[in-house]
Design a protein around this ligand. Structure first.
Ligand SMILES: Cc1cc2nc3c(=O)[nH]c(=O)nc-3n(C[C@H](O)[C@H](O)[C@H](O)COP(=O)(O)OP(=O)(O)OC[C@H]3O[C@@H](n4cnc5c(N)ncnc54)[C@H](O)[C@@H]3O)c2cc1C
Length: 359
């Protein structure tokens, strides 16, 4: 079995882990980043259709309250555009009847990113040494040893894929997921484990839908694309079009709770039956659809995330400490941020905190 000695191991290649890697790389610090999935980005996922990137995870940032994201967009030479909100909103009551109402402008205004949120991940990825990134490397065990920390990659019920030993680690994944899926030796304290399990993973129980069209017929009849439904399956809908031209998009969140959602095909058919009731017959004939149920993603959600969580994550570790094991083990990940926990902004802020602890 392959084993290796490294200076720093970053566990998790979501925005927080990749941004940590970017900050270490900028200081020429050696590290390895272990990512369980076959792709980087974690909760950021934006499949491409004809040059357009459909955000199935985060789609907004809020320039007025997101200084880290705004600065990173500038550093990477990316551009944003405001959420389209011109026109009226559609509302569907519990009994299914629909009404056209005044819309709810986002406050503060939300912006989308040209190239999708994945362009943050791609931009950071090109600034990190390629050989430092190890995809398909799920960490299953973390052991403190006399000299350093041993990290085992693989599945707990199978032979390990490889082992790495490091002077320090940065755990850049949702604390609840880490407490549920990684074996720690010595045991983490009872209070820390409880704090990790209690910290809900933001949006992990949700599912998102994206429909693309050649025309935005809803705009022609004075609708903004915004919609709310109390009967579902979609609960909240927005215009998800690119800034200027086609494809145009309707996108949003399922209202049906995770435990009641059926398989992908059944859900897509139900959504395509609902959209024409809100936006007219053409809304039922998109050129492309995407559906992502985050509650069914083993590297995002746990069984605790299947119930809807409306509160922002509360990560409250003993004595507020985000570093343990004599400062050789550091928490990152948006759920551990001091401010704007759960958001992209929190992912960057937590990465800065962890990186500055090791640099
Ligand atoms: C549907 C949805 C909509 C959202 N909308 C917005 C929005 O509009 N604006 C906003 O600011 N935020 C939004 N968010 C939240 C935003 O996506 C997160 O704040 C951010 O992506 C979190 O990044 P992270 O790196 O902290 O965590 P994650 O993205 O969860 O990254 C953790 C990484 O660790 C990996 N991993 C897991 N287990 C292991 C393991 N054992 N070993 C190795 N790697 C592992 C995962 O595969 C993943 O890549 C949304 C999220 C979702 C799901």
């Amino acid at each position: 079995m392959h084993s290796e000695n490294v200076d720093t191991i970053i566990i998790g290649g979501g925005l927080s882990g990749i941004y940590t890697a970017f900050l270490l790389a900028a200081q020429k610090m050696p590290f390895v980043l272990l990512e369980a999935r076959s792709r980087l980005g974690g909760r950021i996922l934006s499949p491409e259709h004809q040059g357009f990137f459909a955000d199935l995870g985060p789609s907004w940032y809020w320039p007025m309250i997101n200084p880290h994201i705004t600065a990173l967009i500038k550093t990477l030479g990316l551009e944003g555009y405001p959420q389209f909100e011109t026109g009226l909103c559609r509302f569907q009551a519990k009994d299914g009847h629909t009404e056209t109402i005044e819309g709810y402008p986002m406050e503060p205004p939300g912006w989308r990113l040209k190239g999708g949120m994945i362009s943050l991940v791609q931009g950071l990825g090109t600034r990190i040494p390629r050989e430092a990134i190890r995809l398909n490397h799920p960490v299953c065990e973390i052991e403190r040893q006399d000299r350093g920390i041993r990290v085992t990659v693989g599945r707990l019920d199978q032979a390990p894929l490889c082992r790495l030993t490091a002077s320090r680690i940065i755990l850049a994944l949702p604390p609840r997921l880490a407490a549920r899926s990684i074996l720690f030796t010595p045991d983490l304290s009872y209070d820390l484990t409880q704090a990790m399990l209690r910290s809900s993973t933001w949006m992990a129980g949700h599912a998102k839908f994206f429909a693309l069209y050649d025309k935005a017929d809803w705009r022609k009849i004075g609708l903004s694309g915004q919609g709310f439904s109390l009967c579902g399956p979609m609960g909240e809908i927005h215009d998800g079009s690119g800034e200027a031209s086609r494809p145009y998009g309707l996108t949003g969140f399922l209202g049906t709770p995770a435990l009641r959602r059926k398989d992908k095909e059944t859900m897509i058919q139900a959504i395509l039956a609902q959209l024409p009731l809100l936006y007219g017959p053409e809304a039922g004939h998109p050129v492309k659809v995407y559906y992502q149920d985050w509650a069914r993603e083993e590297f995002t959600a746990t069984e605790y995330d299947q119930r809807s969580a409306h509160n922002h994550p509360e990560f409250d570790p003993p004595a507020g400490k985000t570093s343990i094991w004599d400062d050789t083990f550091h928490f990152a990940g948006t759920e551990t941020a001091d401010h704007l926990r759960g958001y992209l902004e929190g992912a960057l802020a937590s990465a800065e905190r962890a990186a500055s602890a090791v640099i």
